[in-house]
Write a protein that binds this ligand. Structure first.
Ligand SMILES: *Cc1c(COP(=O)(O)O)cnc(C)c1O
Length: 389
């Protein structure tokens, strides 16, 4: 493990996570609860370690996408409330109740199924009702002519035996987009959500304990949507366009080292497909970071990685296990030196923009063969490699 760590690794700075959490917590104020989204292995950062830190810091809730992700957290000592954003198969409802996991209810069929299972088991399943206000993915459709049937369906779900409707929520489609049209859409989504919640609460004669809708874009730009609880993911990890303006720090820094350096004559072609041809005597380094580690091959010959002396352009096709970087202008950079793919000194946002995608996809793509090294209180506290030994 020690030797593999010197090859390529992802440093996960849990102190930066703490800083981000505290900054966001202060931003939303004491009266608003905080749910940290840790689905997809906490966007590639390690769900167990991130959740442990959030639990220790006093966050109120976590969200994951599936029961498997929720069980991983319970198995690793996470006792705080966890919301599953996706569906759970009927056969596993007993586990939800046993482990005290909250389930989203997104349609009548699933509501009936969860209720029947919970009743059969003689237990109570805590649920949050999902409202579709314009994301057009999961949730009770409530827009326009669907308003009355949507509200009625939600009320029915709340009255079903075996279910305890603790919360109600919706999800924004464009809360992070700056244009007027998107702002208008977000406003309409939020307005519809409020009207649905009001109508349901009036009919039921009770209030939901947790009404929530603010994802990263809304935490950054839409304070009026914070309601009882905010639900950011990306911001916690210090990525994306809003992170810097809110003073947040990147949690993941992806590092590799230079395996070997060779000097090529002019007119030498490099790597598969001979995409790059040297124009001069070129000092080329090989780094053990390729598309099997999570670096998109589409970035070939178009990106640069940060060395101690500045950025080194990546040359030629990115291979499965490695790629080449041009060190001609960086004569002091040597074999064994560290190179940053993205993180503290070179933003994941820029690499994502180059790849025509969003930072979420890049941190999620860091594959399981890349060891994670966790730092807390300024020192390394854990090293983890997710392979089967
Ligand atoms: C992923 C997700 C979030 C978090 O989104 P960010 O943009 O990372 O803040 C919030 N709510 C739901 C329903 C999600 O699926």
């Amino acid at each position: 493990m020690e030797s593999t760590l010197r090859r390529t690794w992802a440093e996960i700075d849990l102190d930066a996570l703490e800083h981000n959490y505290r900054t966001l917590r202060e931003r939303v104020g004491r009266d608003v609860k905080f749910l940290g989204v840790v689905k997809a292995d906490a966007y590639g950062h390690g769900a167990v370690q991130v959740s442990r830190t959030l639990q220790e810091l006093g966050a109120d809730y976590l969200a994951v996408s599936s029961i498997d992700e929720a069980m991983e957290l319970r198995d690793n000592g996470i006792t705080m409330p966890i919301l599953i954003l996706g569906h759970t198969p009927r056969e596993q409802v007993d586990r939800l109740i046993e482990l005290g996991i909250t389930q989203s209810v997104t349609c009548r069929a699933k509501a009936l199924e969860y209720s029947a299972e919970a009743s059969r088991l003689g237990g109570t399943l805590k649920v949050h009702i999902k409202v579709d206000t314009g994301m057009s993915r999961l949730g009770y459709l409530c827009e326009g002519r669907h308003f009355d049937t949507g509200v009625e369906g939600i009320c029915d779900a709340c009255r079903l035996p075996g279910l305890e409707a603790e919360g109600i929520f919706t999800h924004f489609a464009v809360s992070d987009e700056p244009d007027d049209d998107s702002a208008d859409y977000t406003r309409r989504q939020f307005d519809l959500f409020r009207r649905v919640v009001d109508a349901v609460e009036t009919r039921l004669g009770r209030r939901f304990a947790l009404r929530h809708c603010a994802n990263t874009g809304a935490v950054a730009r839409w304070p009026e949507t914070w309601l009882d609880m905010v639900r950011p993911g990306l911001l916690l990890y210090g990525c994306g366009e809003f992170a810097a303006e809110l003073g947040l720090r990147p949690v993941m820094t992806l590092k590799t080292t230079i395996s070997t350096i060779k000097v090529y004559d002019p007119d030498t072609t490099v790597s598969y497909g001979r995409l790059f041809r040297t124009e001069r005597t070129t000092r080329m380094g090989v780094v053990p970071y390729g598309y099997a580690d999570g670096l998109f091959r589409a970035l070939s010959n178009r990106c640069a990685f940060m060395t101690a002396d500045g950025p080194a352009p990546q040359r030629g096709r990115i291979c499965m296990d490695m790629c080449m970087i041009d060190l001609t202008e960086l004569p002091r950079v040597d074999v064994g030196d560290e190179v940053e793919i993205f993180g503290e000194h070179s933003s994941v946002n820029e690499l994502a923009a180059l790849a025509g995608t969003i930072p979420y996809e890049l941190t999620c793509a860091v594959s399981k063969r890349v060891p994670r090294v966790y730092r807390r209180h300024g020192r390394v506290v854990e090293r983890e490699l997710m392979l089967r030994f």
